[in-house]
Write a protein that binds this ligand. Structure first.
Ligand code: ZN
Length: 79
């Protein structure tokens, strides 16, 4: 039977830990981007007063709650 040195076991252990951490980081990053994209879909910036507000409807033109100006939905692409 072949022998495994303690160093190799430690290196394998560290590699497994690093891969797991990278996987967790990737999953969390993916979830964060997805959540931000979902939030950005309903967020409006008023062209007149500059205030931000949310509108959950699917309408392309919404009314600003602060000044009453009509704002058009602008689809922002990911940077
Ligand atoms: Zn406004």
């Amino acid at each position: 039977m072949f022998q495994i040195s303690l160093t190799k076991i430690l290196v394998a252990y560290l590699v497994i830990i690093l891969v797991m951490l990278f996987g967790v980081w990737l999953i969390r990053e993916w979830a964060r981007k997805r959540r931000e994209k979902k939030e950005r879909r309903h967020r409006f910036v008023c062209n007149i007063c500059g205030g931000t507000y949310e509108d959950k409807t699917r309408k392309d033109i919404t009314e600003c709650p602060d000044c009453g100006a009509l704002n058009e939905r602008v689809w922002l692409s990911d940077l």
